[in-house]
Write a protein that binds this ligand. Sequence first.
Ligand code: XMP
Length: 506
Amino acid sequence: KIIIIDFGSQYTQLIARRVRELNVYCEIHPFNNIPEISSDVKGIIFSGSPYSVRQEDAPQIDLAKFHQKYPVLAVCYGAQYIAQYSGGDVQPSSTREYGRANLNFVVSENKLFKNINTNSQVWMSHGDTITVVPDNFEIIASTDNVRVAAYHVKDSDTYAIQFHPEVTHSTDGKQLLENFLVDICGLSQSWTSDAFVDSTIAELKEKLGNDKVVLGLSGGVDSSVAAILLHKAIGANLHCIFVDNGLLRKDEYEAVLEQYKHLGLNIKGVDAKERFLSQLAGLKDPELKRKAIGRVFIEVFDDAAHEVQDVKWLAQGTIYPDVIESISVNGPSATIKSHHNVGGLPDFMKLKVVEPLKTLFKDEVRRVGKTLGLDSFILGRHPFPGPGLAIRILGDVTAEKVAILQEADAIYINNLREAGLYDQVWQAGAIFLPVQSVGVMGDERTYENVICLRAVESVDGMTADWCHLPYPVLAKISNEIINKVKGINRVVYDISSKPPATIEWE
Ligand code: XMP
């Protein structure tokens, strides 16, 4: 495997995804907390950083631990760091070095540049530039503005590049990474979805033996894929619990439960609609609503789990982005996601935790699901928040508002499917706005609530753009909602992107 040492670049996770797309397993570790390097590590990648190597408080590592010991590929900051600490010089650039550039010189015999030609387009994003390299460094690529676009430390397997191979605008970036992984580190490209499934099932069998495991299914991709993997490993010793909190989409509980049973899962459905609604009564504040839902979920889940005798493990669908240790310089991206899976275990459930997906990115979970034979009903569905429709009803939640929103949302989603737009949209949903406005239906004046439609494009939910849905589709949805859903006389479309707005309204 490969270890990626993170100096805080926004692109670090992208490097990891590219390496994995080349079927090589890799892990990200922060520069200030690098674990003992195990014998299966065949190479190291240094990431970029928002820092300048010239700053007093710039991230530091002990280079002697890596240089001449492992093949190293240093990107951007990493490249500058090695140059600076080996006796070279790094200075602020005089020309802007952000965006596309073309190589104008390449040492094509160098292993790193195999099958990459002069003139190849690369993506630059840096404020400093390497002005002097020590004698034992060979410059192996340049652009018009950046003389040291890549170097090789002679008689070693240490390579460095100023540009970003992980960004798709570096058109030969993938080839360069493959050259490093295969030709320089000697890795085989064997980390595939099939291999992951086989080795994970074997590991789970070994780890769990005859123990019983409980798992909360949500209907989402992650918990479903985790369940199927565990089911293949331990069969009926996996006890799945699927809670109806009354805040799911229309008919979703029944449809998903049916699907899970069809997959052969040992599953128990728990109808807790009333319990959730009664605890939500009168709560207006979004965070209080989230807390109440979280609390009731744990109570309901715990009751159901206690019905399974001698259970030893709690399985969770935690994925890699939830566990990557973030660097504090990168603060914002570390804190925004606090509402996700990590730390879901209440103290009073003294169970060991098993997380079969915790090394995978979301797109990899989907691929594994496909390998396991899950169909698009589960794999292709939009993300849906744990607190469900409760955070899509602004203010207090009542059974009546839930019913109205479910109807409107179903019309919206069905129309997206019919128009062939569902799979193009990353996430969509209707929102109930408790704002009354005047309308006219037939001869009657109405004074009713508003439904807002939200649809976004995104990669991971951290940033999002609103979708430019076709007007005729929006018109049809609006018509249908106003005509069919009692209590709604107005439909609006949300045209805010994230940031500064968020995807959900609460
Ligand atoms: P925001 O609204 O923060 O949403 O832009 C980003 C993604 O996270 C989902 N989301 C949640 N998921 N519990 C969840 O499990 C929550 O409390 C929660 N709040 C937002 C949201 O649906 C979107 O996919």
